[in-house]
Design a protein around this ligand. Structure first.
Ligand SMILES: [Zn+2]
Length: 354
């Protein structure tokens, strides 16, 4: 699906090549695209993304006024439907296969091999099919491969030597379009790791970032770890393929702004999905364990595990533990809870699920 506010006929074509700004002359001008035809309205109708230093904006409305034409900015329903049903684009196998190398230049993989056993890292690379963008600063490519093994997209992220992501993000299809290797690409994202659903029948754990999913797959392999790509990336269409699985959400930490912490946002969604028949829970692990400084840093579960990597977690046998096991024998719905019981922190305290 082309990413548009489907109602509007003209939207800024954010993922495309930048054009020369009529005002400042810099190649930072984003053109308006006609979402019905997929064509630019005009080379002069757009907005300069140098917001502070230029900010030139020539909107479609003005363009039509200048030409004395009627400005229809809403797409009629029939066309709207056509756009929503626009065929999903896929990458070729060779796009992916050709990226499966250069790990010695891949900052994310280099960071992982400095922390975690090489055999585990190799297995993770093979499972998730992590690539290196030798055409774009050797960034790490997180391929989104769906349950039918079709390649929906490749998100490229550049990491620094300490394993932290930089602000530099790109997509393989954007690169291909920019270099005129493909004309058009309708990105329809799926969960990162979705192709592993048929390989592993484990309960599903969903996190925000691809990096977290990769790391947790090595540190806690009782779950199959999938990623939404962003906080807002958790959607019904993406989890549709998980209908019969047990799902636990692990939101990142965040500062509460008007009660909208990542935890609360995902909690609300989980309640909505439960009503639709999903077996889904939200972990409050980080919410309970975190310090104020962790929260400010926006720590995620992988950060938490990496920090405790050299402290051996020990399994606890408490009375409440064995009681829960008994309950499990009677009620299978508690299975997920019991499985999470092995998640203990360094002092052996158990981790609760909300
Ligand atoms: Zn400009």
């Amino acid at each position: 699906m082309r990413k548009v506010n489907c109602m509007y006929k003209y939207t800024l074509h954010k993922k495309s090549t930048k054009h020369t700004c009529p005002k400042c002359g810099k190649k930072r001008f984003v053109l308006y695209i006609d979402n019905e035809t997929g064509q630019y309205l005009s080379e002069k109708v757009g907005r300069c993304d140098r917001e502070i230093n230029c900010g030139y904006h020539h909107p479609p409305k003005q363009y039509f006024q200048n030409n004395g034409e009627t400005y229809n900015y809403i797409i009629n329903d029939a066309n709207k439907l056509a756009i929503e049903n626009l065929e999903t684009s896929y990458h070729s196998d060779s796009d992916l296969d050709s990226s499966l190398n250069n790990y010695d230049k891949n900052q994310f993989i280099k960071f992982l091999t400095s922390k975690i056993d090489k055999v585990k890292v190799q297995k993770m690379i093979t499972d998730y099919r992590i690539g290196t963008a030798d055409f774009w600063n050797n960034g790490t490519i997180f391929w989104q491969i769906d349950k039918n093994n079709q390649i929906r997209g490749g998100k490229i992220i550049i990491y620094s030597t300490d394993g932290k992501r930089t602000k530099y993000i790109n997509w393989v299809h954007s690169y291909l379009m920019k270099n005129k290797k493909v004309d058009n690409f309708n990105l329809k994202q799926c969960l990162f790791g979705e192709h592993l659903l048929s390989k592993y029948s484990k309960p599903i754990a969903i996190v925000e970032s691809e990096k977290t999913a990769c790391i947790m797959s090595m540190l806690f392999d009782k779950f199959l770890w999938l990623a939404t790509g962003s906080l807002s990336g958790l959607s019904l269409s993406k989890i549709e393929s998980l209908k019969d699985r047990k799902i636990i959400l692990y939101p990142d930490l965040g500062i509460k702004k008007q009660n909208l912490s990542p935890f609360i946002k995902w909690k609300e969604k989980s309640i909505e999905y439960q009503k639709k028949g999903f077996d889904i829970l939200v972990s409050n692990l980080l919410e309970q364990k975190c310090s104020q400084s962790d929260r400010k840093k926006g720590l995620d579960i992988a950060d938490y595990f990496l920090e405790n990597l050299n402290i051996k977690p020990r399994k606890i046998e408490s009375k409440s533990n064995s009681n829960l096991l008994k309950m499990y024998m009677k009620n299978k719905n508690i299975k997920t809870l019991v499985e999470v019981f092995e998640l203990t922190n360094s002092s052996g305290r158990r981790i609760k699920i909300d």
